[in-house]
Structures are given as structure tokens and as C-alpha cells.
Design a protein. Structure first.
Lengths: 449, 436
């Protein structure tokens, strides 16, 4: 039969994150190029410092709406014609805004790249923002918000943000805006947002794949000629908590067969001196299949299909969150286990086995993360958005390996706050409220979904 | 652009495909077992998938959950998935850990049963029941797959029953079922092993024959009941589901040519032309121009036996009624059925498909999975290199013939989700909140 003898690993083959060149064009646009010759594919990722944290108060959603409208028509081509042109070239095409930036991404075959990039430059520098498309994208966003009412996962995420952050924080509201804010947006708001933020000094074009650095830079120079110069400043972001006391919010959903759970508090910003020890700490707590929270809730108790924890890394302090869905009847014991695991990782050192599992995984998986042009482009975007050092990817694995169990314990003590944990449950309040009231995890508040 | 493909077959029947690429020190190992929910017996719906969970619970020389731990410790990623016609298991690891991934797969193919216990089965049963609650019961439109299967396949057809399974059938699954299923289907002659990425062919061949060679051939599997279906439903099928959803959504399904056949490529192009991306017919007509839909798409199931399904998926805007939604979608289908498609539309669809195909082959895991797929269904892994040409050779006329043959009124099945009214009222909420 199959040998009992476990194979030993062979000698490690070296790997380097793709080399890239980071330069500014005379226009002020930053161009980052990483030639990767594997298959005839190129990704162009444009990132603009025009993410949702720049939404003016009461105009939440304007960043996302503006980014969506970039591909909905220029002075010469209406939205349908522009889309048709991109797609006849076989271009896969996407635009949007997250908290920290607006982005437009295309992936094209090498022989179609030039035409697709020129078209992209035209779309981004001369958007017409047609009134009809503004209203259509608004209506589609409103339909999406309506969908959330019956979608427990999305609803739990949204309620978690709302109950976690102070109402003045942009993070407390949906990144793409609420019914109220989106309904109030106008074409003029979009034009104003575009004028203020879409400028050469705020824009980076990342080109990865089957093209030389020189060709890529020349192409970007030609395609993005018509941009307004200068850059936009950003207002200071508020990331204060809504409450420093533990609270349990039940969002009632009649007859829900499961409770969607989110437990957490305000975390730390992406650019943080203890980033690596915090990352390893979370991998042990809930970042891997073999992490404590998943093994406990899924493999020991069978409460759930899966449970994880993560820091949502943003420029400002994003949330730390434990996320899972459990059978309604075991909501209270599952929460007790989650609180137990958060407390435990702060109070005693993790074992050598746990430390090596987390570090070996994060170290070893590194090359697997950058197999595609899109993944490499997205990694380079992180350098730009979070202002990470140019050697970040060359030193990443060493930084992971340098984390010690003391470092993990320090990170857990510094960045996990059991007494501030906010618990959000989207589930059937009738079934769970009594057992939750008996746990020492905060006062109970019940909300209609 | 060609992906290199080598093949070999071990004496025990295991079919092996190898594809080298040394651009990064990564290797993907992928196993397809030619068994899926279609092979389940009566009263055991969901078993193929529950069994997939059991394969991560250890084997003769591997502890419970150790498979996950060893691969992650090696810096690898892994998972498994179950479909109507197959179950696959896959890991991508740093290339110096190829032997580990192969050994782990061999150990569970060779000697799973010593590690199986009632306790593990009970826990995984609970996990799977929670997977069902999470992905199906507590998710808007989550019952789509099983309701569609039930609607479009005849009662005794192997594709007719639920893949995730009923709670009742999951409860009934026993350790005996595990042993029997393993002996019948998890045999080398019912599997394809693919390795893609950074490896040396001679070393890989020797590792594979060393680890998998000693595993005995199976005793054969029972034949599936007759799978063949007529090319059209022959009648109009329709089911309305009142459910906890916010927006009305229509899944309009057509019987279509099985995956891999010449006509399949015409059907796949038709689906892309109708529903792939924002320039597609349905998106343009229903979302952009008439603004009756919040979203529109189309896809094929890619079933290799019996009959494939081409499905149109349109979500209505909030103010649009069921009748309006159906009328708008059917109007588009009638139009294409009556007037056919243009060459420009075919070209757009093929261009998009080609970019996606090539971009996806950048990943070693994807290459290995497709090699396994073409080897399992057709015994021809080298089909991976023919896909672009197959799509490029689809003519407008071919698409039009497909559309005439399959989009008629006698081949439409509608599954419609409609928001249930007023389920959660103020008084119920008050009752839930109680006196606190």
C-alpha cells in the first residue's frame, strides 16, 4: 500500500517578486511597470486618489458613482458604444471605488493592448457623465441596497460598520452610499468630484504582463494626455468607535435558520509598525483553516461551515472582525467560544507549533499569490495606496520569519480589546435573545432589519 | 500559445497528465474523481459532497485535519469541490513540496477507511448541514440550483436531485455508506491526476508511480441510469417561488448541447452573446436601454452527459412586476429566435471568451484543473490547447442554427423568485424583542 514514510521537502527554489520600475511622466502621472513574460496577457490598473473616504458628508456614494460612470460614455462615444468598443477588443473591464482609491482595470491580450489602452485613456480623461446613466447607476445602487435587506451576510457586514464606528466616521456608512445619500446625488456632484480629484498628481497607472517597461510607459504617455494637472488633498479621516463598551446588537430576521455573526472592534491602519506581528497573530487566531477559531467552531463543535477573523486593512483604522454563520440554536455557545479565543490569545503565549504553522504558511504561499498579471498589479497598487517602501515585497518573507511568539503576544495585547468588542447578530431574536442575555458579552439591543 | 501536455497511465488505471512551466517555483496537484451527485443512490442525496468533507478527515498515515495543516505549513493552498458529474481535490504548493502533495493524495486514495470514525462523520454532517443553511437556506435565491435541477430533469434522471442534499438524507448517511462509496468510486481507475507547474518530468513520474502505483484497481462502478434526453423539453415548464428575497429574479433555462460537443461551442457563444458583460444583448436591452433589470447574465452548466443547460439570469428592478419581467425577457428570446444574431455579436463574444481563457491559464491550479477535466470527460487533456480554436471556428450560421433549434417555446423552463409579502411585521418584532 501507500508508504507510511512522509516525504521531506526538496531544496527551496528561489523566488523574487517581479521587478518593477516606478517613474513619473512629465505630466505628473506615476507609472509602475512590471514586465512578466508568461502568457500574451497584460493588465492595466489605474488607481486614483478618489476613494470613498473622500465622499463629502451627505454625499456618501459619490466616489463609487463617479468611478462607475467613467465607463459610461465620453464626448464622442455613448456608454453603449464605448462598452462595445472595449468588448470587441476582448477586454475585460472593471471600475469602482473602495475606501482608499478609485480604480479602473483592464486585462487584454497583448495584440489588443494598445487599442484598449488608448480607449481607456479617452474614457478616463473625457467622461461625459450622461444624465441618463447617472440616474440609471443610482437606481441600480438603490436596488442593491434593497437586496441587502434579505441578504444576511451583506446586512451583517453593513450593520457591523454602522455599530462599530462613530456616526461622524465615513467608515460607519456604506462605502457606496445609503438610500438617502445616493438618492440625493446629482450629475453636478459627480462632475465636481471628478474635477476635484481626478488629476495627474493623484493618478498611478500600473502595467503588468507581456510588455516591456519602455513600451508600457510610452503607451501610457500617449493614452493619458488629456488629464488635468495637480493633485487633491484629503480631509482627515475620523475612525473613532461608536462605543467603548461591549454591546450586542441583534438584527432580527424572522425564522432565520442561522445567525450571521460579526464580533470585533476598530483595528489598526495598514501602515503600522507592528503590521507583521499583527498579521501572524491573526493567522493563529482566525486567519487560516487550521487557526484556533475555525478549528474550535467548525472541526470541534460543528457549529458552522467556517469561521475566520481578519483585520480589514485600510489607510485609516479599519475593523478587526471575527466573521461566521452558525446554526441559530448554538448562537450563544458559538459566541462564548469566540470571546474565549480572543481572550486566550492575549493571555498566554502561542505554542511553537502554532507560530511555525502561521509563519511557514505566510512565507511559503508568497509566490503563489502572484501568478497572474492582475494579482501582480493589485500588489503594486497596495505599495502606492499605502505608501509602502519599494522593497516591501523583497523583504516581506524575512519580516514574516522575524516574528516571534513574544511579538504575537504583544500584538494580541495591543490590538485586541475584549472589553470593547461589539457583537452583531443577524438572526431570529426570538430564538436567541434569552441565551445571549445570559452571556457576559454586553447589553442587548434588538433592531428591525 | 500552447500548454505542454504529457500523459501516462499507471497499471492500476490511474490516468496522469503533466504540464511543465518553470516561470515560478510553484506546482499544482489536481485530482478528479469521476463521481458526483449523479452517482448517489436514492435516499442519499448530498452524499458525494459529504464524502468530499470526509476526505479531509485523515487517512491511514495522516491525522484528522492534518491534510490541511501539512499543506498550509508547506505554504500551499488547497480545497475540494463537488459537482453533478465529478469531485475534485487540489493543492498548489511551493515546487519543492510536490512530493508531499502527491503523497497526501495517494494516502487518502489508498487507505482512507482506517481513519474514518462515527464522531468525524457526525461532525462533518453538522458542518455540511451548516453549509446548506449558509449557502442555500439562508441565502436569497440560494435554492436556485436544486429547484432548477428538479424543474428541468425528469424524476429518475441522475441530475434531478439536490447536490448539497436534504437534511433528512444527510442525517441518514452512515459509516457503511462511506466505506461502500470509497470502495466503488475512489479508485485509481476512476480518477485523473494532473500536475502543472515547476517540476521535473522524470522525478514527477517516479514519485507518482511510487505513491500511487501500489493502490489496487477498483472493481468497476455501477453504470448510471440512462442519461440521454431529447434536445428540447417539449413543453413549457414554469415554477414560481415565493421567497424571502427583495427583487424578482428569473432563471430561464434551455436544454442545450452537452459540454465538449461541436454544438456546445455554439451554445457557449450564444450564452456569452446574450449575457456576458455589459455589452451583451440582455444587459444592453434590459439594464441599459429599457431599465427594467438591475442585472442580467447568461451561462452554461457545462454538463458532459445527457443534456447541458443554458440559463438566462435576470434580476428585476424593484418596480417591475413578475409579468413584466417575464415578458421583457421572453421578448428578447423571441427576437433572437426569430431574427438570429449578427457576426459582430459573435465576434464580441468570442473575443471576450478568448481573453478569459488565456488569462485564466496563468494560474497553475487552473491549468491542472482543466487538464483533469478534459482527461476525465473525454480522455484527451490536450483539448486544453484547442479551446481557443474551437471558439474561433464558431460561425454566425452555427450560432443561428443553435438558436433556432433550442430557443423555441418548446424548450423554455422558467424558475421565478418573487418577494414574499409582509413577512416581518411590527408586531412580530415586538414579540421577538419581548419585555426587557
Amino acid at each position: 500500500m501507500v508508504t507510511a514514510l512522509r516525504p521531506k521537502p526538496g531544496p527551496v527554489r528561489s523566488y523574487r517578486f517581479p521587478e518593477f520600475i516606478d517613474q513619473k511622466l512629465p505630466s505628473g502621472i506615476r507609472v509602475v511597470t512590471a514586465p512578466v513574460r508568461k502568457l500574451p496577457v497584460v493588465t492595466v490598473l489605474v488607481i486614483i486618489d478618489a476613494g470613498s473616504t473622500n465622499d463629502p458628508t451627505d454625499k456618501e456614494g459619490v466616489a463609487a458613482l463617479t468611478a462607475g460612470l467613467l465607463l459610461e460614455g465620453t464626448a464622442r462615444l455613448n456608454g453603449a458604444a464605448l462598452t462595445e468598443k472595449f468588448e470587441r477588443l476582448g477586454t475585460s473591464l472593471e471600475s469602482g471605488a473602495d475606501w482608499d482609491s478609485a480604480f479602473v482595470k483592464i486585462t487584454a491580450l497583448s495584440d489588443k493592448l494598445e487599442a484598449a489602452t488608448i480607449l481607456l485613456g479617452e474614457a478616463l480623461s473625457e467622461p461625459a457623465f450622461p444624465e441618463r446613466e447617472v440616474e440609471r447607476l443610482k437606481a441600480e445602487r438603490l436596488a442593491e441596497i434593497l437586496q441587502l435587506e434579505t441578504e444576511p451576510r451583506g446586512l451583517a457586514d453593513e450593520k457591523f460598520s454602522e455599530f462599530l464606528y462613530s456616526p461622524e466616521s465615513r467608515y460607519s456608512k456604506p462605502d457606496e452610499g445609503s438610500t438617502e445619500s445616493v438618492s440625493g446625488l446629482s450629475r453636478a456632484d459627480v462632475q465636481e468630484f471628478y474635477r476635484a480629484r481626478y488629476r495627474t498628481g493623484s493618478t498611478t497607472v500600473i502595467v503588468t504582463g507581456d510588455i516591456s517597461a519602455d513600451d508600457a510607459r510610452a503607451l501610457v504617455g500617449r493614452a493619458f494626455q488629456g488629464w488635468a494637472s495637480g493633485s487633491a488633498s484629503s480631509a482627515k479621516l475620523i475612525t473613532a468607535s461608536r462605543s467603548s463598551r461591549k454591546t450586542v446588537h441583534i438584527v432580527h430576521k424572522q425564522d432565520a435558520p442561522q445567525s450571521e455573526l460579526r464580533v470585533g472592534h476598530v483595528g489598526v491602519p495598514r501602515k503600522h509598525p507592528k503590521f507583521f506581528s499583527t498579521l501572524v497573530m491573526n493567522a493563529v487566531l482566525g486567519g487560516l483553516f487550521g487557526s484556533r477559531i475555525n478549528l474550535n467552531l467548525r472541526e470541534v463543535h460543528g457549529y458552522t461551515y467556517g469561521a475566520s477573523s481578519y483585520y480589514d486593512w485600510r489607510r485609516g483604522a479599519g475593523p478587526f472582525v471575527v466573521s461566521t454563520a452558525v446554526q441559530s440554536e448554538v448562537t450563544a455557545p458559538a459566541l462564548r467560544e469566540i470571546f474565549f479565543e480572543i481572550e486566550r490569545i492575549r493571555s498566554e503565549s502561542i505554542s511553537g507549533e502554532e507560530l511555525s504553522l502561521a509563519k511557514d504558511y505566510l512565507d511559503g504561499v508568497f509566490p503563489i499569490r502572484y501568478e497572474t498579471t492582475a494579482a501582480i498589479a493589485s500588489a503594486l497598487a497596495s505599495l502606492v495606496i499605502y505608501e509602502l517602501p519599494a522593497d516591501y515585497y523583497d523583504t516581506y518573507r524575512r519580516n514574516i520569519r522575524d516574528v516571534s511568539s513574544d511579538g504575537v503576544l504583544d500584538a494580541a495585547k495591543a490590538h485586541l480589546h475584549p472589553h470593547e468588542l461589539q457583537t452583531i447578530v443577524v438572526g431570529d431574536a426570538r430564538v436567541i435573545r434569552d441565551s445571549l442575555a445570559q452571556l457576559d458579552i454586553g447589553d442587548l439591543q434588538i433592531h428591525e432589519s | 500559445m500552447r500548454i505542454p501536455v504529457e500523459t501516462l497511465r499507471l497499471d492500476n488505471g490511474l490516468f496522469v497528465t503533466l504540464s511543465e512551466d518553470h516561470t515560478a517555483p510553484i506546482v499544482a496537484v489536481n485530482l478528479w474523481y469521476h463521481v458526483g451527485s449523479a452517482n448517489e443512490k436514492t435516499g442519499r442525496t448530498g452524499f458525494a459532497h459529504l464524502f468530499e468533507h470526509m476526505l479531509f478527515q485523515g487517512s491511514a498515515h495522516v491525522g484528522s485535519n492534518e491534510h490541511f495543516e501539512l499543506i498550509q505549513r508547506a505554504g500551499g493552498t488547497l480545497n475540494g469541490s463537488t459537482w453533478l458529474e465529478r469531485t475534485n481535490y487540489f493543492e498548489t504548493v511551493p515546487s519543492n513540496e510536490l512530493a508531499l502533495a502527491l503523497w497526501l493524495e495517494a494516502d487518502r486514495m489508498g487507505e482512507l477507511l482506517p481513519a474514518m470514525t462515527q464522531e468525524k462523520l457526525d461532525t462533518q454532517r453538522d458542518v455540511v448541514k451548516n453549509e446548506r443553511r449558509w449557502a442555500v437556506d439562508n441565502q436569497p435565491y440560494g435554492t436556485m440550483l436544486e429547484k432548477l435541477q428538479e424543474l428541468v430533469f425528469p424524476p429518475t434522471h441522475p441530475f434531478q436531485h439536490s447536490l448539497i442534499g436534504s437534511m433528512e438524507d444527510l442525517s441518514a448517511a452512515s459509516l457503511d455508506d462511506v466505506a461502500q462509496f470509497f470502495a466503488t468510486y475512489y479508485t485509481p481507475d476512476n480518477a485523473v491526476l494532473s500536475v502543472a507547474g515547476d517540476f521535473d518530468s522524470a522525478i514527477a513520474r517516479s514519485l507518482i508511480s511510487g505513491y500511487f502505483g501500489p493502490i489496487p484497481r477498483g472493481k468497476g462502478k455501477p453504470p448510471l441510469p440512462p442519461m440521454t434526453l431529447s434536445p428540447v423539453f417539449g413543453t413549457r415548464l414554469r415554477e414560481v417561488v415565493h421567497d424571502n428575497v427583495s427583487l424578482t429574479r428569473l432563471f430561464l433555462a434551455f436544454r442545450s448541447p452537452v459540454f465538449g460537443s461541436d454544438d456546445y461551442y455554439a451554445a457557449s457563444v450564444a450564452a456569452a452573446l446574450l449575457g456576458m458583460r455589459k455589452g451583451s444583448r440582455l444587459h444592453r436591452a434590459l439594464v441599459r436601454d429599457r431599465q427594467v433589470a438591475a442585472d442580467a447574465g447568461a451561462f452554461t452548466f457545462d454538463l458532459a452527459k445527457g443534456s447541458d443547460l443554458l440559463v438566462i439570469d435576470v434580476t428585476a428592478r424593484p418596480e417591475i412586476s413578475v409579468a413584466q419581467l417575464e415578458e421583457e425577457v421572453e421578448r428578447e428570446v423571441d427576437l433572437i429566435h426569430r431574427e438570429g444574431v449578427s457576426t459582430e455579436e459573435v465576434e464580441r463574444a468570442v473575443a471576450l471568451i478568448e481573453t478569459d481563457l488565456i488569462a485564466s491559464l496563468q494560474s497553475a491550479g487552473e491549468r491542472a484543473d482543466r487538464l483533469s477535466m478534459f482527461a476525465t470527460y473525454f480522455g484527451q487533456p490536450e483539448l486544453i490547447n484547442e479551446q481557443v480554436d474551437r471558439y474561433r471556428s464558431v460561425s454566425t450560421q452555427r450560432v443561428n442554427e443553435l438558436v433556432v433549434a433550442r430557443f423555441g417555446e418548446n424548450n423554455r423552463a422558467s424558475l421565478i423568485y418573487v418577494p414574499r409579502e409582509g413577512v416581518e411585521t411590527e408586531s412580530m418584532l415586538a414579540a421577538a424583542a419581548g419585555a426587557s
